[in-house]
Each structure stands twice: as structure tokens, then as C-alpha cells.
Design a protein around this ligand. Sequence first.
Ligand code: PBG
Length: 328
Amino acid sequence: MSYPQTRLRRLRYNPILRGMVTETHLRVDDLVYPLFVCPGTGVKNPIRSMPGNYQMSVDVLVEECRRAVAKGVKSILLFGIPEHKDEHGHVACEHNGIVQRAIRAIKAEISDIYLIADVCNCEYTSHGHCGTIVDGDVHNDLTIETLAAQSVSLAQAGADMIAPSDMMDGRVGRIRQALDDAGFEKIPVMSYAAKYASGFYGPFRDAAESAPKFGDRSTYQMNPANSNEAIREVAEDIAEGADIVMVKPALSYLDIIYRVKNEFKMPVAAYNVSGEFSMVKAAGANDWIDERRVMMEILLSIKRAGADIIITYHALDAADVINGQVIK
Ligand code: PBG
């Protein structure tokens, strides 16, 4: 008898066969593309730390949405950069707020698109924290009231899904109740359920102009060392009515994605955050890595770990690869 008996390599010689035994497939439908909307017209400000991403005025944003939909990327996650900020983030709840205007404009122009509205206060508060400050700390129960008001306002503007990213306790239940009371019982909530206090958000805070002016977010976002706590966070959000649960960031938290998927069998989203994106871009620009290949490998790993939905700034480039527009 020859040795070895098991030759796993047999399945690897032929590319057609390799295709047949591929276990994980990345689809354009899995991808959500985050975009930043700002005041003005004709504005397209490059975000220095996120090559290829821009703060866009509503008119430019609509065109970018058209470009995304043409590639098959039909889900957009919207973030706003308002004209002014206030102490409590009330600007986020205004009928004519920046994201509300953007949603109405996109919906008026494009029919086959799905708009997810990020709900948080940090882009709208003068101090950059994710809620109302009392005695130097974000006050949980006051903050969930503004988040509920923001959610209803975004739903009224036409948002298809609400995605709270603040990490206050009880906000999913409060938002669910507010949406239902306002007649939006069909609007799902995708909660940033296990969101870590991460250094990988740095470039996003340039993009959204949302860096905290004092302290950090470690009294509300999770400690990167914790895993069981993520399960508690996710369980709580599900109990409060979350339809989809998110793990964020993705790449350094693949174990959390895996655990959450296995434990709850819920639709799981993973946020491939700004810092993860920018590292790939920087190394790619220096020719230190094959950017496209690494991008696809990262996205595939997030899917393999158990994510159903991947929120990523790579969405359009990945769609080109998946659609066969570029040589792999
Ligand atoms: C708002 C929010 C943040 C991100 C998404 N929503 C930043 C933060 O918590 O500071 C980060 C996204 C990214 O880095 O791409 N709370």
C-alpha cells in the first residue's frame, strides 16, 4: 500500500474541480456600502485617510448610489455630516436633517435600492460622544430617547432599516417601541450588538468628523479582550427585538462572528471598518501586498467566519471582482 492514503491535494489540481468544492462564496448581495453625506451641492471632499471615499453632498451622493446599484450593490449605509452640531444631537432628529434629505432624494431618483440609516449621536453632538452628557459621562437613558426620536425621523424620511451604533443599554427595545408606535412595525432593526472600543475606527472619525473631544468611548463600547460579554450583548439585543445583529470591527473579531453565528443562528452582519480598509489601501498603494487579492481574502474570511452581511468600503471594488470585471 502506498503512503499517504489520503491525498487532499487531489481536489486542488483542476481549477474547475476547485470551483466545485469551494465552500464559501462571496456574493454582491452580501455587501453593504457605507456613504457619507454632507451639506452643499457638487461637494465631493476626499477623505484623506480613506482613499476613494468622499464626503458627498446629496446630489453627488445620488450619483454614487446609481453607480453602486449599476454594479449590483443595492444596500447603502448612510452617515451624515450635519451643518451644525448641538449638545444633545437633536439635529439628527430634524425633518430636514442631512440624512433625512439624502434619503428622500435617493428614494425619489432610484427605485431598486435599500437604505440603512445609521443611528447614533456622535456625528451630531458638539462634544463627539454618542449621547447626552451628564456629569462628564454619556447618560444612558436620556440618550436612548434621542436615538428613538432619530430612528422615527429617519423612518419617516424613508429609511428601509435602522442601525443603532451607539451601544447604550436598552436602546434596541426603546427604538423598536418608538418605531412601532409611529406605525413602522415593518422596519427592521440591525443593531451594532457587539461593538468594540477599537483603534480601527480612526479613519471613520476623520470622515464623519465624530472624534470625541474628551475621553474615549470605553464606558459604552466593549473591551477588545472580551468574548463572553459579546454573547450577553447580542442576547440582550435579540431579546429587545433586533432583527439582525452586528459584530464590529470584523477582521480582529472573526472569533466573535463565529461564536455569535453558532450561538444564535440569527442573521449576522460584520462591519469591515475604516481602519481595516485603510490598512489594505496603504499597503496596496505601496505595492507591499496585492490589494485586490488581499481585499477578497479578507471579505471571504468574514463570510467564512459566519457573517451573512458584510458592510465594507471595498464594496464596489469587490463587486467588480465578483462580477468578473477585473482579472482575479
Ligand atoms: C458611530 C459609528 C462609528 C463607526 C460606525 N458608526 C465610529 C465610532 O464608534 O467611533 C465606525 C465605522 C468605521 O470605522 O468604518 N458611532
